[in-house]
Write a protein that binds this ligand. Structure first.
Ligand SMILES: *Cc1c(COP(=O)(O)O)cnc(C)c1O
Length: 377
């Protein structure tokens, strides 16, 4: 645990973002995508909050994520869908825990049907179609095979047809309309099966949203597209000053001495580094904020620390232990991602297990209640 930093997760903001998205996509429903441990924020706390605000569909990426999440759900009737589908040999485990696979290939269909046939059951599934991203879902030839032999799906109860947009974060990209048109054409072959195409970005495209939207990053406060971000910030990252020093002009700073002080400077060392998920690409680029004043990162990002130029910060704010904002009102998640040359998704999912995750309001935080319970026992 890093006692020099903490991550605050605002579950009220998460709930507000869910309500905004649900209203935005209505009459379609809004599902919560909680893969990668709820984009790093804690899948259990996120799922409980979403369910409490009316969410009744959850998506994870991996069967193992479903296995961890399902027993923690406040409403066991909420389905958990597995986006990556079925690895060979995992059909039995998937059926046993009651996760619903997204079938991405003919091979996965055949194996899920065999699982159903063996037990004389009908098993639920989502069918994913590739409409242009070339990543997951049935390609055209496999779709043709299924349409020619509908009995391939006997024993499988299709809950949704889905596809995924490659360019939804850019509303001007013509691929969005192309994919939606292909998806509509394919869905016409499956009358009565509800359809889902949009992610966070797709939710803000100016058209209808089929029956279900799979929202991830926007729930967690990341911008769903260009322009003003309509979502509330969910994550705040605060670190504490380890030590402060004054250096004369010409002094080298950090590994490789990639920075030399152009004039006498005051520096603060802050105990967050790339092992905490603070990207190394922020060396000599990013910043922290102290008392609302920008303190640029000087030198490289180390494994366990960064060095800030605090020359312009009043001395009374620079005692050991004093707070430094790394993600917060002065420096948004999207700004950090931009400075690091990456996307908000990567910043969130790299936030390491070193951070204490503090949920606000605490009353809604099952992770912390569990901690207290185990501490008391
Ligand atoms: C991750 C993912 C989502 C969520 O995407 P966001 O851009 O975070 O809203 C939706 N659908 C699929 C298939 C995904 O892999």
């Amino acid at each position: 645990m890093n006692d020099g930093a903490r991550l605050m997760i605002d579950l009220d903001a998460l709930a507000a973002n869910y309500r905004l998205l649900a209203a935005q996509v209505a009459p379609a429903h809004c599902a919560g995508v909680v893969k990668a441990d709820g984009y790093g924020l804690g899948a259990e706390a996120v799922a409980r909050t979403l369910i409490a605000h009316g969410c009744c569909h959850l998506f994870v990426a991996l069967l193992g994520e479903a296995e961890a999440l399902i027993p923690q759900l406040s409403d066991p009737a909420v389905p958990v869908y597995v986006l990556n589908g079925l690895m060979p040999g995992s059909e039995g485990a998937c059926a046993r825990i009651g996760a619903i696979p997204v079938l991405n290939s003919l091979d996965q269909i055949v194996r899920w049907k065999a699982q159903a046939d063996t037990h004389g059951d009908v098993l639920p599934a989502i069918l994913q179609l590739d409409t242009g991203m070339s990543r997951m879902g049935l390609p055209q030839d496999e779709l043709d095979a299924v349409l020619a032999r509908p009995e391939l799906l006997d024993g499988i109860s299709l809950r949704y047809l889905i596809s995924h947009l490659a360019c939804a974060d850019d509303p001007a990209d013509p691929a969005n309309a192309m994919q939606a048109q292909r998806f509509r054409a394919i869905a016409a072959h499956f009358p009565g099966v509800p359809a889902a195409l949009d992610n966070s970005g797709g939710a803000f495209l100016p058209r209808g949203h089929f029956d279900l939207v799979r929202a991830g990053i926007a729930l967690y406060g990341g911008a769903p597209g260009p322009g003003d971000n309509p979502m509330r910030a969910v994550v705040a990252l605060e670190a504490r000053i380890t030590q402060v020093r004054n250096i004369p002009a010409g002094t080298g700073v950090g590994y490789g001495m990639t920075f030399h002080a152009p004039h006498a400077m005051r520096l603060a060392t802050v105990p967050v580094g790339y092992a905490d998920g603070w990207p190394r690409s922020l060396g000599n680029r990013g910043a922290g904020y102290i008392g609302g004043i920008r303190a640029p990162i000087v030198g490289r990002v180390s494994m366990d620390s960064i060095i800030l130029d605090v020359t312009d910060v009043p001395e009374r704010l620079l005692k050991p232990g004093d707070p430094v904002e790394l993600i917060g009102p002065h420096q948004t998640l999207d700004q950090v991602a931009h400075d690091a040359g990456t996307i908000s998704y990567e910043i969130l999912t790299q936030l390491s297990a070193r951070y204490e995750r503090r949920y606000l309001p605490a009353a809604q935080a099952p992770a912390i209640q569990n901690l207290q319970r185990s501490a008391a026992s």
